[in-house]
Design a protein around this ligand. Sequence first.
Ligand code: FAD
Length: 471
Amino acid sequence: APILLWFRRDLRLCDHPMLAEAVETGAPLIPVFLHDEVVEGQGAAPRFRLGLSVESFAKDLDAIGSKLVLRRGRALGALRELAQQTGARAVWWSRAYDPDARARDEEVMAGLDAEGIETRDFEGHLLFEPESVETQTGGFYKVYTPYWKAVRGRDPGAPLPAPAKLPAPESWPESARLADWQMARDMRRGAEIVARHVTVGERAARARLDRFVAERIEDYAVARDRPDIDGTSGLSENLTYGEISPRACYAAGLAARDDGKDGAGDFLKELVWREFAYHLLHHTPRLASRNWRAEWDGFSWSEDGESDAATAWKRGRTGMQFVDAAMREMYVTGRMHNRARMIVGSYLTKHLLTHWKIGQDWFADCLIDWDPASNALGWQWIAGSGPDATPYFRVFNPETQLSKFDPEGAYRTAWIAEGQADPPETARDYFRAVPQSWGLDPDAAYPEPVVTAAEGRERALAAYGELRGRP
Ligand code: FAD
């Protein structure tokens, strides 16, 4: 009987433990992708980017004698129907760790098990399974540095080769058409503008990794902090859909370190931040939706995502250049530099006293590299409500940060059109991408600060004092 291989965030052929083991069985294999309840719940940019990934992966499967069967509907029902139609007695997938995906997978497992259909999940999305890293007392890690020390000596193993061919079934079940799913439909902005900035698929991801190691890893330790420099790998977009495995990235980083390349150790550490985020999310699913530290429930955040302040933040109109440049970069490219993510996060949660969940949701709608674990950890880290968080009183000053990390003003120039006689295309693209209803005009004056750096800092510290003063 054929095996159904249900692909989700693992859209690759190389270093794919499930695929490797499936080929070993010699059984006919039916690769499947579902537009299911989890995909349905995703934001506009992630869904758009996912569509591109599915399209690319389907081509890669074609090239090795297989196909990607597409179906839409609740996962359990869709898989049950496919099993009936194909005679499959087994459904395999790569493990997921975020609460939504876990709830879905548990439902599928219970439903299919009850019908005698075998279900199996495989490793592959992470370097280290979350329960395989334990403190000395058998608990999980809440702080990054000890986590890093616990895993840094481990060997995640060598990446597996891609199968040369997949055994096909005698006949293929019907498939939906990807175009009919209109994966870009919720993009308020022009999807074609964001599409200029994506790097899609397994081959492109590998080329990106190789180029990064050859050209940029050496300077990574310093360059990674500069939003005006193309100093990072850009791989988050590929890792989130599994177009490349973390093990392939880690192996490349280890090899570069052995070659004596300077920034390689820092790159490995960043890859392990992604692991740490999954470790925490797995052990404390509340990381995704509630203050990780419950005492923060008493903090006076505004939870109004439509307030003037939140709206100015989302639209890149706060009057703080670093914040606005970053918010516009995200809107046009679907990405934002890590330092900028910290700055906009700090400004929203501290200067604007707005709940981190509003920022988390906006990122989940706008980022093509949206990742349920890294986004949640990033927001709780910057807000101060998370484990191993920056202390709340560490309020980033967006003005001094800008002069430090964008010393020549290249980042500002790239993203803020107002006040420039001849703004670059990137800055103009922002005004082409935003919905008309926002009423933005590149020739209008640049807005005054919603709240100044000093005023915002004072307000934030006063609110924090109140929280601390509570009985
Ligand atoms: P590189 O610097 O080349 O790093 C290599 C890889 O290491 C990245 O691709 C990523 O997988 C991992 N990594 C690096 N920094 C972090 C980090 N701080 N946390 C977790 N993993 C990291 N990352 C996402 O992938 N998706 C998100 O939705 C996301 N949301 C964030 C929200 C906030 C508020 C903050 C502060 C950070 C967020 N990050 C998120 C983490 C980080 O900003 C991005 O991973 C990074 O900017 C991606 O660029 P890169 O691939 O060029 O990274």
